[in-house]
Design a protein around this ligand. Structure first.
Ligand code: 3HC
Length: 306
């Protein structure tokens, strides 16, 4: 009875709220996806954080600082939304540290130049926007509402990255080469953010049935590629895919074969920076222990006083 009633609500576009009955597998699926989304936001602060002290101007430093702070907020927002499903923050962090939980593969690549800040904002946040705009219609209420706030900030992230790339592309020969190099290194890992091909995506069946996902990995990837090609052309940069070609019949860009070995290699922990990202997170978490303790003690005292 519960299952049918639940699926009927989903089919009729009703949002599922924390106190509603839901199948255990729906709850587990959400905890997995939402917590990995949150982990991605927090780990994603590292590659960009590396460049805050090296920003080429005060304005650039202020913009990057604001963006990285936003990502921290997105992470906290998504952890809070995940906790409505009955799991603690400590447990979620433990799952990340024990590598039971994943985070987005894109953050396991190094950031080698200032142009990488442009490529990340333009491509990584650009891809995140495509994914997250779709997730605004996800069936779980707290997740859908979190996406609405996050998408507003994401568009600032994408614009500031695109502005960096546009400036450098019309700058000196060295600046244009630096921007093109960043695009060459971040293009394929950015389109891998959308996950494996639909035919190879074990989670998508339930995700689509329960309207956790509203579009498939391949649909979102195609949507991102179609909108990004023109952006590269406008600033005179070349997307590093010789097979990229507009297909009038399909109404989309055809693109080259993706390196799925590289994708699974990075997803399974063997990317260029996986070890470093996790070690950094663990160190920061340990160093923050005293803050968590003090906050808990203060909250306890407040309870006694009130
Ligand atoms: N990186 C790491 N793992 C990935 C991945 C990627 N790019 N793509 C897929 N995977 C993992 C999945 O988590 C799953 O593993 P699991 O079962 O252990 O969790 C496995 O590969 C199979 O993939 P599926 O397609 O079957 O899994 P999903 O249905 O969960 O789809 C997803 C993957 C498209 C990433 C989906 O989970 C999703 O939309 N998540 C929410 C968005 C998100 O997490 N974005 C991460 C980036 S956040 C960001 O960029 C912040 C921005 O501000 C910079």
């Amino acid at each position: 009875m519960n299952e049918e009633y639940f699926q009927e609500k989903i089919d009729n576009e009703k949002k599922i709220e924390p106190k509603d009955w839901m199948p255990d597998d729906y709850r587990k699926h959400l905890i997995r996806q939402m917590s990995q989304h949150a982990h991605s936001e927090v780990i994603g602060m590292q590659p960009e954080g590396n460049w805050i002290t090296r920003a080429p101007s005060l304005r650039a430093k202020m913009i990057l600082l604001a963006k990285v702070q936003d990502e921290a907020g997105h992470g906290l927002y998504l952890y809070s939304a995940t906790e409505t499903l009955g799991i603690s923050r400590e447990e979620l962090v433990q799952q990340l540290h024990s590598e039971k939980a994943k985070y987005s593969s894109i953050f396991n690549y190094p950031t080698l130049s200032w142009a990488d800040m442009g490529a990340i904002g333009w491509l990584v946040d650009g891809a995140a926007i495509v994914n997250q705009v779709s997730l605004q219609r996800t069936s779980y209420g707290p997740y859908a509402r979190a996406m609405i706030k996050i998408c507003k900030e994401e568009s600032f992230h994408q614009r500031q990255g695109y502005e960096i790339m546009a400036e450098m592309a019309k700058g000196t020969k060295e600046q244009k080469e630096m921007a093109q190099d960043a695009l060459n290194r971040f293009w394929w890992p950015s389109i891998m953010m959308f996950g494996p091909q639909d035919s190879d995506s074990p989670r998508s069946g339930n995700a689509m049935k329960w309207k956790i996902k509203r579009q498939t990995n391949d649909e979102l990837r195609q949507n991102f590629i179609d909108k990004t090609v023109a952006q590269a052309e406008v600033i005179g940069l070349t997307i590093p895919d010789p097979d990229l070609k507009w297909n009038e019949e399909r109404g989309h860009y055809d693109f080259g074969e993706m390196d799925w070995d590289e994708f699974w290699n990075v997803v399974n922990g063997n990317g260029p920076c996986n070890k470093q990202r996790l070690a950094h997170h663990k160190k920061a978490h340990d160093e923050g222990e005293w803050v968590r303790k003090a906050a808990k003690e203060y909250a306890k005292k407040q309870e006694l006083v009130n």
